[in-house]
Design a protein around this ligand. Structure first.
Ligand code: UDP
Length: 234
């Protein structure tokens, strides 16, 4: 039996990760790949919760001319669409799941109840958290940090479209330097694009390590096995 390093993880997926090259909407093949990766880590005994972003449909902070809170609520609804798509892909692979939303929409998902979510994890169900924190002016990164703290997850797996954290954008600058390890304060002081500052501070205050790596089935497995990939922030 393979022994994972972590028993309970929170996987944060950006909305864009679900859209593939198109950058918009949901790419079924990609969602299926992600679901398969989650199934595999579930099968080796890892308790998995997931926070999905909504940037493949909508981002509150970039919707000009609209009231910010309204725009943010639209963004939160977008995360619910993504959560449901991921749920569907997982259930098609016989992985038991529950979606819990921070804004009640009982016809389609359970409302977020911490104790219930923990119970689902203990019963080997994958819990997908939709609607972010339920509050405007926050991000799904902050939702990931908050839910990780509440679930007592040992680590946040931050699957991105770059393989690690760099001092500058490696796609633009050939001399960008890759970091293997960083402290939360490094991320805040150097304004590195790992998570936004609210999310980073929440992780710092609650000592939740963040593992940043490029999204792929193999990498999600490597990350839970404790292999040295990407960048660790702690
Ligand atoms: N959002 C929000 N509160 C939250 C989480 C998300 O208002 O707690 C809104 C916000 O408008 C954000 C959008 O939902 O722009 C989509 O989330 P995010 O940008 O974090 O998604 P990602 O970039 O990870 O795809």
């Amino acid at each position: 039996m393979i022994e994972p390093k972590y028993k309970r993880v929170l996987l944060k997926l950006s909305g864009e990760a679900l859209s593939g090259d198109r950058g918009f909407g949901i790419n079924n093949d990609i969602v299926n790949d992600i679901a398969l990766a989650i199934k595999k880590i579930r099968e080796i005994g890892v308790e998995v919760s997931v926070v999905v972003g909504g940037g493949n449909f909508w981002r509150g902070r970039t919707s000009e001319g609209m009231d910010r809170t309204t725009a943010d609520y639209i963004g939160m609804l977008a995360t619910v669409m993504n959560s449901m798509a991921l749920q569907d892909a997982l259930e098609n692979m016989d992985v038991q799941t529950r979606v819990q939303t921070a804004i009640e929409m009982r016809q389609i998902a359970e409302p977020y109840i911490r104790r219930k979510a923990v119970r689902h994890l203990e019963k080997e169900r994958v819990v997908i958290f939709g609607a972010g924190t339920g509050n405007p002016y926050f991000s799904t990164d902050t939702a990931a940090a908050l839910r990780a703290a509440e679930m007592e997850a040992e680590v946040i797996l931050l699957a991105k479209n770059v393989d690690a954290v760099y001092d500058k954008d490696p796609k633009v600058h050939a001399d960008a330097v890759k970091f293997d390890e960083l402290t939360y304060l490094d991320v805040l002081q150097k304004e590195l694009k790992v998570m936004d500052s609210t999310a980073t501070s929440l992780c710092m205050d609650n000592q939740i390590p963040i593992k940043v790596f490029e999204l792929s089935t193999e990498n999600i497995m490597k990350a839970v096995m404790g292999e040295n990939i990407g960048t660790t922030v702690k």
